[in-house]
Design a protein around this ligand. Structure first.
Ligand SMILES: *Cc1c(COP(=O)(O)O)cnc(C)c1O
Length: 392
């Protein structure tokens, strides 16, 4: 059976060149980068080269990049690190109701510790309102955290404007850019961003490694104590194989950012236009323009997303309903609920997220399958009324 992977927002396959770089560090360069001798020096060279490559992708300086164990840890370090370091200046944080759980749950944990968090609402298209943000700012606000791109809908947030607002008011600005890195040009010299999270496994490198960009001079309280690795901001002997992989993936991503985005957008539009042609009762979830080139989130009326996912899986097609984290539960996605979608439409959502190696044939395979699957599932729904047959 043909296998088509359309769930790149959950994770990506490992690029062969990334795999080769990892292999080298598994077998040849196994030293501890903190050691002074030759084995350590070889590892140190690889570590710093990886840091330069990640920095180059963001137009940051290498000393502004800290490696972590995941995108989740980078988000935790940004929020808690700033909250704890700036507690004497204020106790208020602003974020959105549609962040990844790595930010939402960290915000909730900080609330339990006595911080106050404002959860900005989004509109029907998943967009925040800058006036809401302006109104939420108080003299006690120490941090604003708004994602660059939403993982479920692909909606892009106005991080330039948000960052400018934060800067005017002397507030730090963090963005979870895990889904945007490698798909959009992100230049921290041009963007008013103080902290930015990314994750290796969303850009064709392995799971278990991420990075946080921290603007030079910014003080954070570390979450992990121990050795002096990562300038004492993240203790623990470095995950060299993962870090080298992330560095390689960052280098590859930088080589053809525009070509990659154009490829993804073309396939996404082929998929959407193809669906519109053959299936009615369709809802596009998310902003029609301000969204990632790779992501298409749609709901089919009277079809449960979970059932559609399973039917597609039987045909070799991997997609997602809402976020991977809620897979296996029938809770509608918090992102779609925050957008004001009815629970029924939210539960009908399917996310297609395209990647580097998807082809037009992959998209056409899905377009061939979808109409009959949707038709079958609708006939099972007690609420579905097929259009009446014309009278003879
Ligand atoms: C995947 C993802 C994360 C978490 O990254 P991990 O490396 O899987 O912990 C955080 N934020 C967003 C937007 C993501 O898509």
């Amino acid at each position: 059976m043909r296998r088509v992977y359309l769930d790149h927002n959950a994770t990506t396959p490992i690029h062969p060149e990334v795999g080769a770089a990892m292999q080298h560090y598994i077998q040849e360069v196994w030293g501890n980068p903190s050691s002074i001798h030759w084995a350590g020096r070889d590892a140190r060279t690889g570590l710093e080269e990886a840091r330069e490559r990640v920095a180059a992708l963001l137009n940051a300086d290498p000393d502004e990049v800290i490696f972590t164990s995941s995108g989740t840890e980078a988000d935790n370090l940004a929020l808690k690190g700033v909250a704890y370091a700036r507690r004497d200046r204020g106790d208020h944080i602003i974020t959105t109701s549609v962040e990844h759980p790595a930010v939402i749950e960290t915000g909730q944990a900080l609330e339990k510790e006595g911080f106050r968090v404002t959860w900005l609402r989004v509109d029907r298209q998943g967009m925040v309102d800058l006036d809401d943000l302006r109104r939420a700012i108080t003299p006690k606000t120490i941090l604003i955290s708004v994602m660059t791109a939403n993982n479920e809908t692909g909606v892009l947030f106005p991080i330039q404007e948000i960052g400018e607002l934060a800067r005017e008011r002397g507030i730090l600005f963090h963005t979870d850019a895990v889904q945007a890195v490698g798909k959009l040009l992100l230049d921290v010299k041009a963007l008013p961003v103080d902290l930015l999270s990314l994750s290796a496994h969303k850009i064709y490198a392995p799971k278990g490694v991420g990075a946080l960009y921290i603007r030079r001079g910014l003080k954070l309280r570390p979450l992990i104590h121990g050795g002096h690795q990562e300038k004492s901001r993240r203790a623990g002997t470095e995950n060299m194989v993962g870090i080298v992989a992330l560095g390689k993936a960052a280098e590859l991503a930088r080589q053809d950012l525009e070509g990659e985005a154009a490829h993804l957008e073309k396939l996404r539009d082929r998929l959407y236009e193809g669906i519109v042609k053959v299936i009615d009762g369709l809802h596009l979830n998310g902003h029609p323009e301000h969204r990632l080139p790779s992501t298409l989130n749609v709901s089919f009326e009277h079809v449960e997303g979970e059932s559609l996912l399973l039917s597609l899986d039987l045909e070799g097609v991997a997609v997602s309903t809402g976020s991977a984290c809620s897979a296996g539960t029938l809770e509608p996605s918090h992102v779609l609920v925050a957008m004001g979608l009815s629970p029924e439409i939210a539960r009908g959502a399917i996310r297609f997220s395209l990647g580097k190696w998807n082809t037009a044939e992959d998209v056409d395979y899905v377009l061939d399958l979808l109409p009959s699957i949707v038709k079958r599932l609708r006939l099972l729904s007690p609420f579905y009324q097929p259009a009446p047959l014309p009278k003879a």
